[in-house]
Design a protein around this ligand. Structure first.
Ligand code: AMP
Length: 419
C-alpha cells in the first residue's frame, strides 16, 4: 500500500517523498479517505501512530483550493510542544504549497503571533488559553474555519481545558468538518465527541493499548535504592536515547542534575523551565547533544523524537493513561523500544491496574549484580502475582472495550464503525 492511492496533489505527494514516508501507517490508511471525503472523524489513536499526518495531509489537500489569507483550518492541541510539532509537520508536508501556518500559545510574545496572523494564515495550531486571549482581543477571525481538529482531546480534558474548548467551539461556524483525536475516551470526552461530531467515522488504531513494539519490564525496588538502580541500569544497558519520567518537576530537575554530575549527557524537561529552555532540551535530545532526558508527564507531551530506545519510569505514573502515553514515546513508527518501571511497594495497586489494561502481567526483573541489600525484589507484589495467576493466560493486547477492566473510566462501549 502506498500514498499514491489517495491521489494527493502532486506537490503534496512530492513533500511526502521528501520527508521520507513510503507507506501509510494504519491510522493513515483508515483516516485519510474519510477525511478527504469531508466526513467527521473520531480517531482513537495515541502519539506515535502517525495520526498527525493522517489529519494534516487531507487538510493540506483541501487548502490547495479555495481562498487564501483566512484561517480555514484550526488545530487545537494541549501543549505548546505538541502545537510546535504539528506546526513543523504541517510546514514539512506543505513545503510545496502556498499555505501558511501560525502557532498560537502562551508563554511567548503575543505581538509576534498577532503580526503573523495579520500577514495571513490558513492553518492555525493553537493551545486553548492563548487562542481565547486572542479571540478576546479581536486579533483572530475564526468565522471561516472549515476544519477543526482537536488533538489529544483526552489530555486537554485532563489539563482542565474543557471549558475553554467549549468557549472556542461557540465562535466557530457550525457547518464545518471536525476531526477528534484521543488515546483514551473517559466519559466527559465521550460526551464532548458525541456533541460536536456529526455522524463521524470512527477509526481505532493501536486500540487504546500501548504500542506493540514496546517490551515492558518491572523492577521492584525500595525508594532508597531507586537512584542507585537507575545508575546501574544505565551502566549495564546498551541504551540509545533514554527518556526518564519522574513524578514531580523538582525530582526531574534534581535527577537530571545528578546524572549530569556523573558524566551523563542529560537534561531535565519540566514545567518550571521557560519555553526556550524546554525547546533547547528537546532539540538537544533530538540532535544527540543529550542522551538522557528526565521529564515530567505534562512537559513530555509533544516530544517528537523517533529514536528513543528506552523509557524508564523512575516513578510509577498516577494513572494508566499516563503510563500508556509515556511508553508511547518509545517504539514509535515501527521501531522497537523498552519500557522499564521502577516500582515500590506503594505502587502495587497502580501496577495491578496497568496490567489489567495491558491484558498481561509485566515481567518482574532483578538487575543482575545490583546490591539490593536486605531487600528481596521477588517478594514484592506477591499479591499482584497471585491476582495475575488467577487471570486467564497471556493474550495479545485487545481493545479495552473487550477487556473486563474494572476501571469505571473505560466502562463505555466505543463506537465501532468501519472506515
Ligand atoms: P505522530 O503519531 O503523528 O506523532 O507520528 C509519529 C512519528 O511517525 C513522527 O515522527 C512522524 O514523522 C512519523 N510518521 C508519520 N507517518 C509516517 C509514515 N507513513 N511513515 C513513517 N513515519 C511516519
Amino acid at each position: 500500500m502506498s500514498f499514491e492511492q489517495f491521489s494527493f496533489d502532486r506537490r503534496i505527494a512530492a513533500a511526502i517523498k521528501t520527508v521520507g514516508y513510503t507507506t501509510p501507517t494504519p491510522i493513515q490508511q483508515q483516516a485519510i479517505p474519510p477525511v478527504l471525503a469531508g466526513h467527521d472523524v473520531l480517531g482513537l489513536a495515541q502519539t506515535g501512530t502517525g495520526k498527525t499526518a493522517a489529519f494534516l495531509l487531507p487538510i493540506l489537500q483541501r487548502l490547495t483550493k479555495g481562498p487564501l489569507h483566512r484561517v480555514r483550518a484550526l488545530i487545537i492541541a494541549p501543549t505548546r510542544e505538541l502545537a510546535e510539532q504539528i506546526h513543523q509537520m504541517s510546514a514539512d508536508l506543505g513545503q510545496n504549497v502556498r499555505v501558511r501556518g501560525v502557532t498560537v500559545y502562551g508563554g511567548v510574545s503575543k505581538a509576534r503571533q498577532v503580526a503573523a496572523l495579520r500577514r495571513g494564515a490558513e492553518i492555525v495550531v493553537a493551545c486553548p488559553g492563548r487562542l481565547l486571549d486572542l479571540l478576546g482581543d479581536g486579533a483572530i477571525d475564526l468565522s471561516h474555519v472549515e476544519v477543526l481538529v482537536l488533538d489529544e482531546a483526552d489530555r486537554m480534558c485532563d489539563m482542565g481545558f474543557l471549558p475553554d474548548i467549549r468557549r472556542i467551539l461557540r465562535v466557530l461556524p457550525p457547518r464545518r468538518q471536525t476531526l477528534f483525536f484521543a488515546a483514551t475516551m473517559p466519559r466527559d470526552i465521550r460526551r464532548l465527541a458525541d456533541q460536536i461530531l456529526n455522524d463521524p467515522v470512527t477509526v481505532q488504531i493501536g486500540v487504546m493499548a500501548p504500542v506493540e513494539t514496546v517490551s515492558h519490564a518491572l523492577y521492584p525496588i525500595p525508594h532508597r535504592l531507586k537512584k542507585q538502580l537507575l545508575l546501574a541500569t544505565l551502566q549495564q544497558t546498551a541504551t540509545g536515547r533514554v527518556l526518564i519520567f519522574t513524578r514531580t518537576k523538582y525530582r526531574a530537575r534534581n535527577l537530571a542534575r545528578d546524572l549530569t554530575k556523573r558524566g551523563y549527557r542529560a537534561s531535565a524537561l519540566q514545567g518550571n523551565m521557560s519555553q526556550n529552555q524546554r525547546e533547547r532540551a528537546i532539540r538537544g535530545f533530538r540532535d544527540g547533544r543529550y542522551d538522557v532526558l528526565v521529564a515530567t508527564d505534562i512537559a513530555s507531551r509533544g516530544i517528537d523524537v523517533t529514536a528513543i530506545t528506552h523509557v524508564i519510569n523512575f516513578d510509577v505514573p498516577d494513572t494508566v493513561d499516563a503510563y500508556i502515553h509515556r511508553i508511547g514515546r518509545t517504539g514509535r513508527a515501527h521501531q522497537t523500544g523498552v519500557a522499564y518501571t521502577f516500582a515500590t511497594e506503594e505502587n502495587e495497586s497502580m501496577v495491578h491496574e496497568i496490567e489489567q489494561v495491558l491484558g498481561a502481567r509485566i515481567e518482574r526483573r532483578r538487575l543482575p549484580g545490583f546490591n539490593y541489600g536486605d531487600f528481596v525484589p521477588e517478594k514484592q507484589f506477591q499479591s499482584t502475582r497471585e491476582q495475575a495467576r488467577q487471570r486467564p493466560p497471556l493474550r495479545p493486547a485487545a481493545p479495552r472495550s473487550r477487556r473486563s477492566s474494572g476501571r469505571k473510566r473505560y466502562g463505555h462501549t466505543p463506537a465501532r464503525k468501519a472506515a
